[in-house]
Design a protein around this ligand. Structure first.
Ligand code: LLP
Length: 474
């Protein structure tokens, strides 16, 4: 933790000094800024070779700026780490709930990753992108895993049509699927069984999922009955097990314990004649949002999980299953920043100074939802020393709409560009139109080129779905 004195002499530049390592030298999830971040001769922050001030001029504000190099680097680091440390087959699937859109899906797919989807909408987006890339329906089916604790009948039917693997969450779903499966002769539905492993980890309670009192997955005590039931239904091709213990996790032990717990269950399934081949440990590796955060690298995490699974298999003389991880945040989180434009300022003598920006809880609901912390810089004056402590307020009609409390900044002026780091995961995907703010655009940057990947919403978009009954007009 830096002392107040040290913080006072800092500037935006200080974030760069630690962030300018080349692609591959640093695990993206340990980096506050995207890997390509630089300061140019106008003292302005550049990402993917694009000046943030110019981007805002061209695409408007607020703006999500997504660095392709960082995203690709994270995908490759996962893939290479599994190849290095796991001696069986492995698969990395992107948890698209972190941010699902056509461009991200196609980048991730081109890096050889598959997809975890949790709704008809995420499935539709993924399908659409993969079809546009020219993948065959068999290839598409193999790449997609469908999650969710309350999939609708329509969603299940769509999943069956696509032929993707369904991660079965509960009895209601299992029985519905059996009914659908038994109506169709010679259908073989690929499934994984999700269970709650009873492993607790230290993260915000809203994003813990592996402890027993969780809405997700079968209770482990029911697994005998579940395996027995599945073994009697000819419509299922039960490929393996799934568990996810939580998100933004820095400890390595919980995922290593999970490997052991799951391998033990593989053995249990065998006694029901089920030969499982896929072991999916979920996602959850954390990222560095502030200087105090110290997550393990992608490489370290993969090594720990791989070793625990191999050790557990060795001690039971089981073959190594296909090991699946489904990271979201650690793939996309550090690849994106959000640029805001500074507007009004309110000084309360001896108490606090608020500096307001043109977005807030609608484009980043994480601070108000989970009390999440973020770092930021003034992108158009990167080397200026911090001289004051301010609180960054959003523009929503809600007192809690504060992006960052008590942050050290240089003297800012209206029109300055404020850049919040680490906004790739669960920002755009959780964005809303609260107060009828149009959702911001997103641009993909690489080698000095910026491409729009999500268009900014307009006021017309906001009323597009509204309907005005005739009788209200008279
Ligand atoms: N697999 C499953 C089944 C999940 O539920 C999740 C996240 C993941 C994988 C990906 O986890 P990650 O690698 O991203 O940690 N909105 C919260 C995070 C919710 C996470 C939900 N599940 C936030 O903003 O922190």
């Amino acid at each position: 933790m830096l002392s107040t004195e040290q913080r006072k002499s800092r500037s935006g530049q200080d974030y760069l000094e630690k962030g300018t390592l080349k692609e591959g030298e640093r695990s993206p999830n340990q980096s506050l800024l995207p890997l390509t971040a630089k300061i140019n001769n106008h003292d302005c922050l550049e990402i993917g070779g694009c000046d943030l001030k110019t981007l805002v001029k061209q695409f408007g504000s607020p703006l999500y700026v997504l660095d392709e190099v960082t995203l690709r680097s994270a995908c490759r680091q996962y893939r290479e780490a599994f190849n290095r440390h796991y001696q069986g087959p492995s698969k990395i699937i992107y948890a698209s709930k972190a941010w699902s859109c056509l461009a991200i899906t196609s980048i991730v797919a081109s890096e050889g990753l598959g997809f975890d989807v949790v709704s008809g909408g995420e499935l539709y987006t993924t399908l659409n992108a993969l079809e546009k890339m020219g993948l065959t329906s068999e290839q598409i089916a193999q790449q997609i895993y469908f999650h969710g604790n309350n999939k609708s009948l329509a969603e299940l039917k769509l999943a069956l049509e696509v032929g993707c693997t369904i991660v079965v969450d509960n009895w209601f779903e299992l029985k519905t699927l059996a009914k659908l499966g038994n109506q169709t002769a010679s259908i073989n539905i690929p499934i994984l069984v999700r269970f709650t492993p009873g492993i607790e980890c230290h993260t915000h309670e809203y994003i813990q999922t592996g402890h027993l009192d969780s809405k997700f997955g079968f209770d482990p005590h029911q697994l005998d009955t579940v395996f027995n039931y599945i073994s009697q239904q000819s419509c299922f091709d039960c490929r393996g097990l799934h568990a996810h213990i939580g998100s933004q996790i820095f400890e390595e032990q919980p995922h290593q314990d999970l490997g052991e717990v799951m391998v033990e269950l593989f053995q249990k399934a065998q006694s029901y004649g089920l030969v499982l081949q896929e072991l999916n440990v979920g996602g959850g590796l954390g990222i560095r949002y502030t200087e105090d955060d110290d997550p393990p690298s992608i490489e370290q995490w993969v090594k720990g999980v791989s070793q625990s699974v191999m050790k557990a298999c060795d001690s039971r003389q089981l073959p190594y299953p296909q090991l699946i991880a489904e990271p979201g945040r650690s793939l996309i989180g550090s690849a994106c920043v959000t640029s805001y434009t500074i507007g009004s300022r309110k000084e309360i003598p001896q108490q606090r100074t608020y500096v307001a920006v043109d977005g807030g809880m609608s484009d980043n609901p994480r601070p108000i939802t989970y009390q999440s912390l973020y770092c930021l810089v003034v992108a158009n004056r990167m080397s200026e020393t911090c001289t004051e402590t301010v609180t960054i307020a959003g523009k929503h009609c809600e007192s809690g709409d504060i992006l960052i409390h008590n942050v050290q900044l240089p003297q800012t002026r209206p029109g300055d560009i404020l850049v919040v780091m680490g906004t790739g995961a669960y920002n755009h995907s959780m964005a809303s139109n609260y107060n009828r703010l149009p959702r911001p655009a997103a641009v993909l940057v690489k080698d000095g080129e910026a491409n729009l990947v999500v268009k900014r919403e307009t006021h017309d978009d906001l009323i597009r779905q509204d309907r005005l009954p005739e009788r209200l007009l008279s």
